[in-house]
Design a protein around this ligand. Structure first.
Ligand code: PHE
Length: 358
């Protein structure tokens, strides 16, 4: 028995001395593997006398438990040590000054968001927000898109796995759910914009699976389609920093607005550049319309008393047009050279008084 105790102590020592996971695994196999020392000893139990087995059984099982626990503890210690070493190696000193050859810049999307907020802020809009992960109700049903409505298919929605209760959350396909959240929370008159990320399963030169929109919502007792049109024309002139912009209001359909329109901006693609205000091409930049009475009612607002308009502008499209960026996918490549070419100085904050893009 003392012999087994001595052997166990020796095996425990080799466990404690294993310097890495490979060494520890080798020790484990030599002790507890199919041909391991302890395994062999335990095999002997079967041929023992009952009296002897009564003594040896608990001793060997005890040794096995002790060794198993020691191996697990050693593995954990080795893991922790490896993690500490890696953290020490990958430590980043965030207080160091920026390296001059890697100059950060404001991404065109952030720049355009700031410009859009400056323009609408000047028109008296405040900024509202909503979550990227939405419920079916806010993204569709409350916007007059009931289940089985064909418009749901057009949205190429990213869904999450079903929750135990059967609810299926989704990544919002537009910023329009913020309309509902705003109307639920506050009483008219309302004048808000809601910039943010939106998601659809789509990818080509003018579509990416994650993109950006800014929603606009105006609700009072008299806002009408003329106000909507005037507001958007003023916005485009201010945004593109020109006296006139080629714009086209096309009749369209959205379940949450009636009547509805889509707006295109005149542009031309040539020599790998996108130019605004020239040529015969059109790029769609926004959808808009008068908020549907059903949507007002869903949000607790009396459509007999209040009315208003909403719009949803594609931020990335605006950036492409204003800054001549031909392919939307480059926005999200995280290529430093691209950012240095198209990016903006961090301290130039856009304002109407100080200039938007200068
Ligand atoms: N939510 C619509 C879209 O993403 C745009 C829109 C917003 C249309 C508000 C009308 C009113 O396509």
């Amino acid at each position: 028995m003392s012999d087994i105790e001595a052997q166990t102590r020796e095996m425990l020592r080799t466990v404690a001395e294993a310097g890495d996971m490979a060494a520890l695994e080798a020790v484990r196999i030599s002790v507890l593997g199919r041909k391991g020392v302890l395994t062999e000893l335990m095999k002997g139990l079967g041929s023992m006398h009952a009296d002897e087995r009564k003594v040896m059984g608990p001793v060997l099982n005890g040794a096995k438990d002790e060794l198993t626990a020691a191996i697990a503890a050693r593995a954990q210690a080795l893991h922790a040590a490896a993690l500490d070493a890696r953290l020490a190696l990958e430590r980043i000193d965030v207080s160091l000054p920026a390296r001059p050859e890697i100059r950060g810049a404001i991404h065109p999307v952030s720049q355009v968001m700031d410009e859009v907020m400056a323009i609408f802020g000047d028109m008296g809009f405040s900024v509202a927000e909503g979550p990227d992960i939405e419920s079916d109700f806010y993204n569709f049903t409350a916007l007059n898109i009931p289940p089985e409505h064909p418009a749901r298919q057009m949205h190429d929605t990213f869904y999450f796995n079903e929750k135990p209760g059967g609810e299926r959350l989704l990544l919002r396909t537009h910023t329009s759910p913020v309309q509902i959240r705003t109307m639920e929370k506050s009483k008219p008159p309302l004048r808000i914009i809601a910039p943010g990320r939106t998601y659809r399963c789509d990818s080509d030169m003018t579509h990416t699976p994650m993109f950006h929109q800014v929603e606009g919502l105006v609700i009072d007792e008299s806002a009408h389609m003329g106000h909507l049109k005037g507001c958007l024309i003023e916005f485009c002139k201010a945004f593109f920093e020109v006296e006139t912009v080629r714009m086209r209001f096309r009749p369209s359909h959205f379940p949450f607005t009636e009547p509805s329109a889509e707006v295109d901006i005149g542009c031309r693609r040539s020599g790998g550049e996108l130019r605004i205000g020239e040529g015969e091409d059109w790029l769609e930049i926004l959808g808009c319309g008068m908020v549907h009475p059903v949507v007002l009612r869903h949000s607790g607002i009396d459509p007999e008393k209040y009315q208003g308009f909403a719009f949803g502008i594609g931020i990335d499209r605006l950036a492409m047009l204003k800054y001549g960026i031909p392919d939307l996918r480059d926005f999200f490549e995280a290529d430093l050279r691209w950012l240095q070419h198209y990016g903006f100085a961090a301290l130039d904050i856009p304002s109407l008084a100080g200039g938007l893009s200068r």
